[in-house]
Each structure stands twice: as C-alpha cells, then as structure tokens.
Design a protein around this ligand. Structure first.
Ligand code: UT7
Length: 332
C-alpha cells in the first residue's frame, strides 16, 4: 500500500472581542492580579458573547476562512473536518457539521473530537493517519472552545484560568520530496484520573435539573494542585518519546508549543527537558487556557509573527481533562 506524508499547509485563529483582565475578575471573586500572574502567568482572557454571535462555530469559521485563504484552497477542497472541542454549540449535531454548513465545505465528512485540552493534537493525529493512508488529501483540523458558559465565575480556583478562542490548521498531503511533514504523534490517556477535572452534569449520567443548576453541577470542577503534579511528568515524557522515536534530541528542536494551562507548568517542563524558554511559544499571558485552542492559536501566532519558519522542527505537547495527553513532532 502506498503511504503518504502530511504537512501543515496553513493556519488561522480567532478570538472574541471582549478582553477580561485579572482586575476585572478581582471585582467578582476574592483574588488579585499579583496572585494570578505569579501562580499562572495569566494577565487576560477573551470571553465570548453569544448574543453578539460569538459562538464556538463562528470563531472556528473566522479561523478556518483565514487558514483556507492562506492555503490557497476553497472550502470545497476540504475532504474532512476534525473539530476538537468540549464546548460544542450543541450536544447534537456536532459542531463540525455546523461549521461545514457555514463554510460551505460540501464534500467534507465532519466529526467532533472530545479530548479536552489535548483535543487538537488528538485531531491532528487522526488527520495525519487519514492522509497517510491516502483516504483524504485536505483536512481542516480545528481546536476551538467557548468555555466561558461552563466556568463557575464564583470559583476563584478555576475562573481565573480559562478563555475562549479558536485555532485551525489545514493538514494536506505533502508533495513528494517536501521536507515539511508530521513525523509522528503520540496519544495517551489516564481515565482513572477522570474526576480531577470534569463537568458532573449535562450528560446522560446526570441530566440538567433545577437542583443541578442550583448546585452548579453543570459547570467545570477541577482539582488544580493534583493535575499540576502529574501534568509536568506527562508533558516531559511525551516530548521525550516523540524525539526518541524519530532520532532527534532536544537540541534539534527549534520550537516547543506546549498546552497553555499554567506558565509554571510550562517552565517546569522546559527545565525537566533542559530546553531553553526562549524557544518555547507562550500565549497564556494574553489568552489564558483556551483548552483545545491553545496549541493551534499559539502556533498560528508564532508563524504569523515570523518566529516559526518553514523548515523548523516543532514539537506540540499537550495534556488535559480525561486525563488525556500527547505530543506531535513535525517539520513546518
Ligand atoms: O487544562 C488543564 C487543566 N488544568 C490545569 O492544568 C490546572 C493545573 N493547576 C494549576 O494551574 C494550579 O494548581 C492553580 C493555578 C489552579 C492553583 O495554583 P496553586 O499554586 O496550586 O495554588 P493552590 O491551589 O495550592 O492554592 C494556594 C492558595 C490557597 O489558599 P490557602 O489554602 O493556602 O490559604 C487557595 O485558596 O491560594 C488560594 N487561591 C487563590 N488566591 C487568590 C486559589 N485560587 C486563588 C485565586 N486568588 N484565584
């Protein structure tokens, strides 16, 4: 069987207009800018306004149009849409179908991927496999979240951390001889730790009732300190595995694009890998943790501002609710 290679042809991203600062949050819960910056590295986040049309699918639409435009493709060139999100517009249909209609991607199959903050790398991995087999040529890989309606804005332990946004990559079959390629992807999960970060109600296990709403069980609950402990090891192990598998060392890597959950986690991973922070892409300060959107938006920003260039060796490294974790090593 002929196998092909995939490459990221182009990227795009979009954020809601409303910028909420740490000082804004301090008016609602007992917190302050100094604590949030010192413990997380976050200074601001964007919060979507559904009344102004800032739905998850609308952010993804803006980011997708930008990515397609840069790729020189039209929506009908897209064979498949893989949409990583845990904050879909609706439980049903999937948001990939909603986007398909908005975009006019008439030929595409459409699927949502639920792997929380690891979602984009999970989706990228599946897209890569589709392209490797020759089944599809152009796939829209999306990481997009509107987490704000799932945040308990009275819980200072979580409300400071999250933001809304969308990032998109067009993954396409690489022409023969092209250096750009996905080398490998590595996906893992730890379902035993599922209650470290979860939304108790809203699924079929606990449908929404008045009691559920009163107790705020339809909102995110997180054991931050416990996640913190395992996250550093998961990220470091996945990064090392991707390098070892392909015969590279950390010295070969031009850019590390990690999940943006906490700047201290990112710094601890860089330290453990003996990797310089100057080569780590960080956008948490301005956009906070946008779950599946952190890696594609951070990557897009770094490509757009000229930091990441064609030919660079780039390592994506993620973890999130599930727990899920993984990495992807690619030459851009
Ligand atoms: O997408 C990935 C999923 N989530 C994560 O990756 C989260 C990983 N965890 C973290 O990022 C950190 O654990 C947090 C930022 C959530 C918390 O930071 P921490 O350094 O682990 O703080 P802590 O939970 O140990 O709390 C320390 C103190 C506590 O007070 P006491 O008990 O020592 O008196 C908290 O009540 O800080 C207090 N605290 C706050 N104070 C001011 C907790 N949240 C806040 C706050 N403002 N927002």
């Amino acid at each position: 069987m002929t196998t092909y290679r995939s490459k990221i042809l182009a990227t795009g991203s979009a954020f809601p207009a409303n910028r909420v600062t740490n000082a804004d949050l301090a008016q609602r819960v007992e917190t302050n800018d100094e604590w949030i910056v010192e413990r997380t590295g976050i200074r601001a986040r964007r919060v979507a306004d559904a009344a102004k049309g800032e739905l998850n699918s609308e952010l993804a639409l803006r980011a997708s149009k930008q990515a397609l435009d840069r790729a020189g493709l039209s929506a009908t060139d897209i064979d498949f849409i893989l949409y990583a999100t845990v904050s879909p517009d609706h439980v049903m249909p999937n948001t990939a179908c909603v986007l398909q209609e908005k975009l006019g991607a008439k030929r595409a199959g459409a699927l949502d991927i639920s792997a929380a903050c690891s979602g984009f790398v999970y989706a990228l991995s599946i897209a890569d496999a589709f392209i490797k087999t020759g089944q599809y040529r152009n796939i829209l890989v999306i990481g997009a979240e509107v987490l704000s309606p799932m945040v308990n804005w009275d819980d200072r332990g979580t409300c400071i951390l999250f933001g809304d946004g969308a990032g998109v990559a067009v993954l396409s079959r690489a022409p023969e001889g092209d250096a750009s390629q996905i080398y490998s992807t590595h996906l893992y999960a730890d379902g035993w730790s599922k209650e470290l970060f979860f939304v108790p109600a809203g699924g079929t296990a606990m449908p929404v009732t008045h009691e559920v709403l009163d107790q705020k069980l339809h909102l995110m609950q997180m054991k931050g300190r416990e996640i913190y402990k395992v996250a550093v090891r998961m990220l470091a192990d996945c990064a090392t595995e991707a390098l070892t598998k392909n015969g590279f060392t950390v010295k070969d890597v031009d850019w590390l694009v990690p999940h943006q959950a906490n700047l201290r986690i990112i710094e601890a991973v860089a330290k453990r890998l003996d990797f310089p922070m100057e080569k780590v892409i960080v956008n948490i300060e301005e956009f906070a943790n946008t779950s599946a959107a952190t890696v594609p938006t951070a990557f897009d920003e770094a490509v757009t501002n000229g930091k990441i260039k064609r030919g660079d060796l780039v390592l994506f490294d993620v973890f999130g609710a599930g727990l899920t974790y993984g990495s992807a090593l690619l030459r851009y």
